[in-house]
Design a protein around this ligand. Structure first.
Ligand SMILES: [Zn+2]
Length: 449
């Protein structure tokens, strides 16, 4: 649907955290959005007649947050798989629930998750998708107006996988390609190939993914090295670890983004820094499932791009990137010492570094002229974001702000959240539709919860 070009907008008077290379901060700064892009950043900018004006005095203005790994198709399953480690979590609850999705439930579930993302300042997601119902998921992403990279979640076997999720490798690849073909070139939703993880994909499926990635220029997004039991099971099944396995199948020659990477070893890093390889760190999910803590500092030292994601609400229970970036910083401080990870580092994970991890470093992730106009304004008038003048605003936002402060959200210059409320989506209606769709999904799943 062509929604037309949003009107130019001038955001003025706030503390602008550009997250550019130099970490430039402008007190009383201005950001001009025009034709979907950032047209100017500075002070005393001139606004043409017809420009919408946003008074951000006392507020913080920063790039829209980027989540490099989410499952919006699991939003309905929040709290339904508590107290389990990864493999039983998948086999006992998540896969049977995902297998019961149809287009309607997937649409409502994804839109509910997208609403939570927008209201908490996330403007870009990379979603690993679902199998049945993926058409509904893609439609909801498009209707949400989030910037997204998404696709069908691919699986063709493995222990405990329900029959409905066990697809023929050739057929599921053909469906994935057709789904990617339907996306408009240059649109806000882009395609990725999403094999779930090594244990649920055959060698033939991985080879097919590799060939399709090369043929179409699509990235590959998967889970790897999340939990010790999982990596042990991979060694038993494949005779080697995930990185050796990906290397032998040529998957490491593609544009590969893995979620987690908790169990990457130092010996892997030297090999991976020369590849188009990125890690998406999901600290809440890793803590909740007892997986471990990824070495983000070590990955950054090895020049491997690292982004951030909340994973799904079925494991982390939330889609709030502010909570996630704060937690990421605290964990790296615990691991490496308090000086090892600053507030600016934490914000970078969810902005500039996250953009690089998704191959979008030239497009999003900082407030610089020519980039997409993806911008968040945080209300800073309350007692909780007060600080004495010398404080670094990166530290203030990273360690003291939360989604409760999100006031305005722009994606491609389009205002999607205004005064803390969704502009184009009706949250009450989404919730009513979600209740009906989830009740029907539970019935189809056959689970006795
Ligand atoms: Zn995941």
């Amino acid at each position: 649907m062509d929604r037309g070009t949003p009107p130019p907008t001038l955001i003025y008077g706030g503390t602008v955290l550009t997250l550019d290379d130099a970490g430039t901060v402008l007190e009383g700064g201005e950001v001009l959005l025009r034709d979907g892009r950032i047209a100017a950043v500075g002070r005393h900018l001139t606004a043409a007649p017809g420009t919408e004006i946003v008074d951000a005095e006392g507020c913080f203005v920063l790039p829209g947050l980027i989540q490099g790994h989410v499952h919006l198709g699991q939003t309905f399953f929040r709290g339904l798989a508590e107290g389990r480690r990864l493999l039983p979590w998948l086999r006992q609850r998540i896969w049977p629930l995902e297998a019961a999705h149809d287009d309607d439930s997937a649409y409502c579930c994804t839109l509910l998750g997208a609403a939570e993302c927008l209201l908490s300042g996330t403007t870009t997601v990379q979603d690993i998708g679902i199998g049945p119902g993926v058409g509904g998921l893609m439609a909801a992403l498009a209707d949400s107006r989030l910037r997204a990279i998404a696709g069908k979640c691919l699986m063709d076997g493995g222990d405990g996988l329900p029959e409905r999720l066990k697809e023929d490798a050739d057929r599921t690849l053909a469906e994935a390609e057709a789904l990617g073909d339907r996306l408009a070139a240059g649109g806000r939703v882009r395609y990725a190939l999403n094999p779930r993880f090594v244990l649920s994909c055959s060698d033939a499926l991985w080879r097919g993914v590799r060939e399709l990635a090369e043929k179409r220029g699509w990235p590959i997004h998967t889970h790897a090295l999340e939990q010790r039991e999982e990596t042990d099971a991979v060694r038993r099944a494949k005779g080697r670890d995930e990185i050796d396995y990906f290397d032998e199948l040529g998957v490491l020659d593609a544009d590969l983004r893995i979620a987690h990477g908790v169990w990457l070893e130092p010996a892997h890093l030297e090999r991976l820094r020369r590849r188009r390889f990125a890690v998406v760190h999901c600290p809440s999910s890793n803590l909740k499932l007892g997986s471990g803590v990824a070495d983000v500092v070590g990955l950054k030292r090895a020049s491997i791009p690292v982004g951030l994601g909340c994973d799904g609400t079925a494991c982390s229970n939330h889609l709030d990137a502010f909570e996630e970036l704060r937690l990421a910083a605290l964990l790296q401080k615990l691991k490496h010492g308090p000086e090892a990870f600053s507030g600016r580092d934490a914000l970078a994970l969810a902005t500039r570094d996250g953009a690089r991890a998704l191959g979008l470093g030239d497009e999003i992730g900082s407030l610089e002229i020519g980039k997409q106009a993806d911008v968040v304004v945080l209300a800073g008038h309350g007692a909780d974001l007060w600080a004495a003048p010398p404080v670094d605003p990166h530290d203030l936002v990273a360690f003291s702000a939360s989604r409760a402060h999100v006031r305005e959200v722009f994606v491609g210059g389009e205002r999607l959240v205004s005064d803390g409320a969704l502009v184009h989506l009706d949250l009450a209606q989404i919730r009513r539709r979600a209740e009906r769709a989830m009740a029907a999904l539970l019935k189809r799943s056959g689970l006795d919860l």
